[in-house]
Design a protein around this ligand. Structure first.
Ligand SMILES: *[C@@H]1O[C@H](CO)[C@@H](O)[C@H](O)[C@H]1NC(C)=O
Ligand SMILES: *[C@@H]1O[C@H](CO)[C@@H](O)[C@H](O)[C@H]1NC(C)=O
Length: 343
């Protein structure tokens, strides 16, 4: 074959492929101006924690990010005198909101201020006064600049240090310290308990579970009611990640949408309250699952392919700022922080 014929053939092939593309217009799309991202400073990233969450402090001695979490060039301090020189200042919301702490009076133009909270919107009061103050957010939300979920799913094998599956003494368990009749979870509980036995632990029933007894006790429950105190975007707390998943009980969840749980939890690992038209229907389903060992164990199959990592230490969360740093926008301001939190 002569050269020009080859060329024509190639061109024809290419054209025939292009015409098969679902969006020929794709080639005409002009990308927007690139958003500048951040380069980490040579001397490393210096992060100041302005006050400790809930007044409980931990040691920041040594290079914690490197020695404990293998994150390099990331330096944490809680020394307010470092304010003028740090790259990032982190403010935990609770103390700003209560007045226990206040924002510094001066800020350098290049310094990033971070709003941090792991609480759902209902617990984040007095946000309006903070509009236009922060450059980044740090929360359990997936769309936060620095997402710090209560837990995450990673590939691996989930090993429990407890007896699983067969002989569990409780059908369903619930751990609740602050019971409020007005919460959705309270009405689901009140009506669900008419059809299935629910063992309630925690302050509300004066049946407290000391920390070291938490997982061993819940591991004796077939189901664990991982009911969040409020239904908010991405708000999935340690009730799912620790209490249910780390104990090996099958979680019955009430919180954000099924799609949210599907995006973050292991496959086929939970039963979602909103999949049922009534608590009676939910109870019937739970009894069916409990009665059929294969169906029940289907909810534990993920243990062979996935495991859970819980994030519980504020220091690890802070070190995570440095991991995210290069992908963060160089200039950003939360003009409507309140709107974002409630979004
Ligand atoms: C579990 O319960 C069954 C039937 O009640 C009993 O035969 C079996 O020994 C129990 N297994 C354990 C590990 O307790
Ligand atoms: C950070 O937020 C402050 C307050 O709105 C703003 O003045 C400053 O320009 C922001 N800095 C960056 C680098 O985006």
């Amino acid at each position: 074959m002569i050269r020009s014929e080859v060329r024509i053939l190639c061109l024809l092939l290419l054209l025939s492929c292009l015409s098969q593309l679902p969006y020929p217009g794709l080639f005409n799309l002009k990308p927007g101006p690139p958003q500048p991202r951040l380069h980490a400073p040579q001397r490393g990233i210096h992060v100041l924690l302005w006050h400790w969450p809930f007044s409980r402090s931990y040691s920041l001695k040594g290079d914690k990010c490197l020695s404990v979490y293998s994150i390099s060039h990331c330096f944490l301090t809680d020394d307010a005198d470092a304010l003028p020189s740090v790259d990032v200042v982190v403010f935990h919301h609770q103390e700003l909101s209560s007045g226990a702490s206040a924002l510094p009076l001066h800020r350098s133009a290049w310094q990033r201020w971070v709003w941090m909270s792991l609480e759902p919107p209902v617990n984040n009061a007095n946000l309006r006064q903070l509009n236009g103050v922060f450059n980044w957010t740090m929360s359990y939300r997936r769309d936060a600049d620095i997402p710090i979920p209560y837990g995450k799913t990673v590939p691996g094998v989930h090993r429990l240090s407890f007896q699983t599956a067969t002989n569990r003494s409780y059908f369903a368990c619930w751990l609740v310290s602050k019971y409020k009749p007005s919460q959705a979870r309270a009405s689901v509980y009140q009506s669900l308990k008419k059809d299935i036995p629910i063992e309630v632990f925690g302050k509300w029933k004066k049946n407290p579970l000391p920390d070291h007894m938490l997982l061993p006790t819940i591991s004796n429950c077939l189901f664990y009611l991982a009911f969040e105190n409020s239904e908010a975007t991405d708000y999935i707390s340690e009730k799912l990640w620790r209490n249910a998943f780390q104990s090996g009980a099958v979680p019955v969840v009430l919180g954000p949408s099924r799609a949210t749980y599907e995006a973050v939890a292991p496959p086929h690992s939970f039963i979602h309250v909103s999949d049922f038209r009534s608590t009676a229907e939910l109870a019937t389903y739970l009894k069916h699952v409990a009665a059929d060992r294969q169906v029940y164990e289907g909810y534990l199959q993920w243990h062979h392919t996935h495991t859970i990592r819980t994030l519980t230490d504020w220091r690890e969360r802070l070190c995570h700022i440095c991991v995210r740093y290069p992908s963060l926008l160089a200039t950003k301001v939360y003009q409507d922080l309140e709107g974002w939190v409630h979004g």
